[in-house]
Ligand binder design. Structure first.
Ligand code: BV8
Length: 224
């Protein structure tokens, strides 16, 4: 059985990672949509770097929750028959033990150099413009996909949606594309579709089944 699981900020909420839209999507008065863009980075790089430096620093204070743990167990059982795609840029799936995670919106713990294009693992702050390990230019930005930028590995995701027998969405509002459209694609290709979310989302109507509740309860229950 081939399964695609898509996770969003809601799966990390019980770990203490704030979601985008529960707190009105605000960060220190900024709308996320206004900070997570290339234009914002161009106009006010220190504000955008501070946004990501704060979130990167907060990662060490949070831990995976039972929802991440259950998906890690599922990955051990299904192996290559599971594609775990996350919109999240935290590393909680990896720390729970998921063997393979596709970060379609990039990762907080990665940076890329706008001078030489090199992508590097990065755990520290970027706001103080550290030199790129490759070309030494002070040109490192967060390796995350901003609004208006192209998500990573879209071909691999679409190929998996075509093959999927089951598509499960966990903890996402269905507000951001192309991720929000995956359920319709999976359904069109014949997959069963299941939504596990705290409340109905903008995409609930596209799912064969939608269960409401905290991911920390619903995901282990589903995986069992
Ligand atoms: C692209 C990384 C072209 C950075 C993020 C007009 C119409 C349609 C689309 C567009 C449009 N104008 C522009 C667009 C495109 C745009 C878009 O969709 N805009 C939206 C705002 C309308 N998209 C893009 O620009 C994307 N790129 O389209 O390129 C393309 C397309 C296809 C192929 C090739 C090229 C790039 C978007 C990526 C932006 N980067 N993040 C960072 O993290 O800072 S987006 C960010 O918000 C997240 O990564 C996430 O993906 C997204 C949505 O957040 P969610 O994860 O869903 O979180 P949210 O808070 O919204 O919801 C949480 C949910 O959890 C809630 O439902 C809540 O009820 C639930 N929950 C809470 N607690 C729990 C829980 N559930 C379970 N248990 C709990 N305990």
């Amino acid at each position: 059985m081939k399964v695609v699981v898509l996770t969003g900020a809601g799966i990390s909420a019980e770990s203490g990672v704030p979601t985008f839209r529960d707190a009105d999507g605000l960060w220190e008065g900024h709308r996320v949509e206004d900070v997570a863009t290339p234009e914002a980075y161009e106009a006010a790089p220190s504000v955008v770097q501070a946004f990501y430096d704060a979130r990167r620093a907060a990662l060490s204070a949070v831990d995976p929750n039972p929802a991440h743990d259950a998906l890690a167990r599922l990955g051990e059982v299904l192996g290559d028959d599971l594609l775990l795609v996350t919109q999240n840029i935290d590393d909680l799936h990896e720390r729970a033990g998921s063997p393979s995670v596709l970060h379609m919106h990039g990762e907080l713990l990665a940076a890329w150099c706008t001078a030489c294009g090199r992508r590097v693992r990065w755990a520290g702050a970027l706001g103080d413009q550290p030199p790129c390990p490759g070309c030494a230019a002070p040109a490192l930005r967060p390796d995350v996909v901003w609004f208006g930028e192209v998500p990573y590995e879209m071909d691999r995701i679409v190929d998996a949606l075509v093959e999927a027998d089951l598509f499960v969405s966990v903890g996402t509002s269905g507000a951001v594309y192309p991720a929000a459209g995956f359920v319709q694609q999976a359904r069109a290709y014949g997959a069963r579709t299941l939504e596990l979310n705290l409340q109905p989302s903008e995409g609930s109507r596209w799912f064969h089944e939608s269960r409401q509740g905290p991911a920390g309860l619903l995901v282990p229950e589903w995986v069992a």
